[in-house]
Write a protein that binds this ligand. Structure first.
Ligand SMILES: *Cc1c(COP(=O)(O)O)cnc(C)c1O
Length: 392
């Protein structure tokens, strides 16, 4: 079986792209997005994929996913309307935000979205009012303190309230169809999924004793991408999940909502050193992209990005800051790097998820422009350089 791959530009490509398009520059590989989709399909063939577009809503990624036959996990009216505007029908979306706004539910009515999740009693009446007979999944809380970002702190009904909530949903006329879990993000072993499946199994058994036949298991997202200092075996993990799904949930529809995994490995950032300073004996490098831009993932996603300089020299520890005038705009302190000069380019691979998606234009700095590798490489006559195994 194929292993997880990621897209990484060569030094030559970085130099030529920076010269042609300027920096900061995001370079997106749609072929990599396709590979990510195909690998997941190969290893868990029974699982329907709904791309969690919040990870990276770039239109070209959405179009690639549409062509692959993917469906979508949406969380707001904005996401629903964006997909509608490019021709995605509502029956290819799940509104997977357990707490929905009225404008979000109104968008469901207009777009024909009828599948959604809930984890509280107040949501049942809200859903029934806008979308009577909606197909709903109960989002179950699964504690996973090992997750990179533990979303179960915010969402999910406790196990002991599951039955009561499901019966109330049925009473309200909703199509009480299944269970949704999301075990966290950047999950690097199958264990949290397998643990979640135990809990789901017991809920489904209890439900059938109450005459409620649940037909859908939505296993959420969380699949990992290469990260500094973290070792994992994606394909082994997916195979374990697939085996367990076949054993225990063979008669259920299996849904998933991967975000980070689909987009993370498909995008590189090229950023430039625009200033060097020494403060209290520490070297500071100022880059043309920062916390308010593509590196917003440092804060919102608690992510430690890898910086490649293509330079030689004994490594030093330095502070990396962004271009804005705000003192919060510092990405890394004490980060090991080759010594750098003004004008040097840095490549940030594995930079496609929770990066550009949460970038702002604070202080008047434009968001990094995105070019598609498969388009620009022809123009520049460049070869694709790709590393086929995880480099961590
Ligand atoms: C964010 C989110 C996802 C995607 O998570 P990843 O870790 O990026 O795969 C999936 N489902 C729900 C409900 C989410 O909130």
């Amino acid at each position: 079986m194929k292993e997880q791959s990621f897209f990484q530009l060569s030094q030559d490509a970085v130099n030529q792209l920076a010269e042609r398009y300027g920096t900061p520059l995001l370079v997106l590989s749609l072929e990599q997005v396709e590979k990510n989709y195909d690998l997941l399909r190969t290893h868990i063939p029974q699982m329907k994929i709904h791309y969690a577009m919040k990870a990276n809503p770039d239109l070209r990624i959405l179009e690639t996913m549409i062509n692959k036959g993917s469906e979508f996990d949406v969380a707001s009216d904005g996401e629903i309307n964006l997909l509608s505007s490019i021709g995605v029908s509502g029956d290819r979306m799940i509104y997977a935000n357990p707490i929905k706004t009225e404008s979000g539910l109104q968008a469901c009515v207009e777009a024909g979205v009828t599948r959604m999740t809930f984890d509280s009693e107040t949501e049942i009446a809200k859903i029934a009012r806008f979308v009577p007979h909606a197909t709903v999944l109960l989002r179950l809380r699964i504690d996973n303190p090992a997750a990179h970002v533990d979303l179960n702190k915010k969402f999910g009904a406790p196990r002991e309230k599951a039955m009561e909530l499901m019966l109330k949903a049925r009473e309200a006329g909703l199509d009480m169809a299944g269970i949704a879990v999301h075990v966290g993000s950047q999950v690097t072993t199958a264990d949290p999924y397998l643990h979640a499946f135990d809990v789901v199994r017991s809920v489904m058994d209890e439900a059938s004793r109450h005459g409620l036949d649940l037909r859908i298991l939505d296993i959420g997202g969380g699949f990992p991408i290469p990260e500094t200092g973290v070792h994992y075996n994606l394909t082994a993990m997916l195979d374990q999940i697939a085996a367990r799904l076949s054993e225990d949930f063979a008669d259920k529809e299996i849904w998933s909502e991967p975000g980070r995994y689909m987009a993370g490995t498909a995008q590189n950032l090229i950023t430039k050193v625009i200033g060097v300073n020494e403060r209290n004996g520490q070297v500071w490098y100022f880059l043309d992209d920062g916390i308010y831009g593509t590196f917003s993932g440092v804060i919102f996603d608690q992510w430690d990005f890898k910086l490649l300089s293509f330079k030689e020299g004994r490594k030093i520890r330095a502070t990396f800051a962004g271009p804005s005038c705000d003192s919060l705009d510092i990405m890394f302190r004490g980060k090991l790097t080759e010594p750098l000069d003004v004008g040097d380019l840095l490549l940030v691979p594995v930079c496609g998820a929770y990066t550009s998606a949460s970038a702002t234009t604070f202080n008047g700095f434009k968001k990094a422009r995105t070019v598609v590798w498969e388009e620009v490489r022809k123009e520049l006559g460049l070869e694709q350089q790709e590393l086929l195994s995880m480099a961590v």
